[in-house]
Write a protein that binds this ligand. Structure first.
Ligand code: HMG
Ligand code: MG
Length: 284
């Protein structure tokens, strides 16, 4: 049997958060419901953040309330603080993600906190989640470089990953937010992070701005990473990382992995349908 690689679908969150057009809640629900037929175990579909900062995610509670939940899928949401945690619980998420940065400049621009301050905000969230057995994922952004601070030292990524893992995050997703990382810089970063967090608890979250995401996935596969984040239709970006374009497209990653002989458990026809649905939302 071929080896399994998991794609963590982030399109309804990372794919849509940067779209300027006001996307109706019903359209977001339709995208999630389509993705729920594709075979994913985890779909990140919401953010409980300031609606002033990320207007596109303002209807997250309604989206969660409107989807048809499929058995075996954990529906996830980003949570920056206790307020977001409580809103996410009220919306009945199955898991949450806290998000930190390996660079101070992006941390400040994204969540208005230093790295230390952000970790201090996450502590009570992890503590509360532990009491109710709610899985918490941890993101580290700017793992290759930062739009404000330049190249990120691999040791800094390892330090932040280690802190999030130490707090109790079950998996650390490593974000090449700007999508300018290349296989050598991604490999150097992974070699450092692997020293402190088991590689089986790492995920690659590679934006495809520079067109290197599939090569970065190959480099990560060779170092043992078996989980990759991707967004249907290749939508996405971060409002606080100027120039960061789309996430790597789910359908491209799935096809690539299958070509390499890995099993993803995903249905290519449904992925194509989801990609069309996502792109139509962008086109308006
Ligand atoms: P703050 O700027 O420090 O200010 O917020 P605050 O805590 O004083 O709150 C400011 C206002 O936001 C207040 O409202 C709060 O009530 C409200 P006002 O009194 O002005 O009317 N507020 C909230 N509202 C709803 N839900 C909440 C919440 N918290 C406060 N949870 C904060 C800090 C983090 C909230 C803010 O800066 C924020 O929301 N930032 C958005 C961050 C974000 O969503 N970024 C994009 C996702 S990260 C990403 O894309 C990277 C990733 O994909 C990985 C990668 O690619 O690298 C994950
Ligand atoms: Mg991202």
């Amino acid at each position: 049997m071929s080896e399994r690689v998991e794609i963590f679908e982030v399109g309804p969150r990372d794919g849509l958060q940067n779209e300027a057009r006001d996307i109706p809640v019903a359209d977001k629900i339709a995208l999630v419901d389509c993705l729920s037929r594709a075979g994913f175990s985890r779909i990140e579909m919401a953010s409980f953040v300031s609606p002033e900062r990320v207007p596109q995610m303002a209807g997250s509670g309604e989206v969660l309330g409107g989807i048809t939940r499929a058995d075996g899928i954990r529906y996830a949401a980003l949570v920056p603080n206790m307020r977001g945690y409580e809103d996410a619980l009220a919306a009945k998420v199955d898991e949450i993600a806290v998000f930190a940065s390996a660079s101070e400049g992006f941390s400040k621009a994204n969540i208005n906190a230093s790295i230390d301050e952000s970790i201090a905000r996450f502590e009570p969230i992890l503590e509360a989640a532990r009491h109710i057995d709610l899985p918490v994922r941890g993101y580290v952004s700017c793992v290759a470089d930062c739009p404000y601070d330049g190249p990120t030292p691999p040791e800094k990524v390892a330090e932040v990953a280690d802190r999030l893992f130490g707090l109790g995050c079950y998996e650390i997703s490593l974000g090449d937010t700007l999508g300018q990382g290349k296989p050598d810089s991604i490999a150097r970063m992974l070699l450092a992070v692997r020293e402190v967090v088991p590689v089986t608890r790492l995920a690659g979250h590679y934006h495809d701005t520079g067109g290197h995401a599939l090569d970065n996935i190959d480099a990560s596969l060779s170092l043992g990473v078996r989980v990759f984040d991707a967004a249907a239709g290749g939508l996405g970006g971060c409002p606080f990382a100027p120039g960061a374009a789309g996430n790597v497209a789910t359908e491209a990653v799935a096809a690539h992995l299958e070509r390499l002989g890995y099993e993803t458990g995903l249905d290519a026809d449904v992925l194509a349908e989801a990609a069309d649905t996502a792109r139509a939302m962008r086109a308006g």
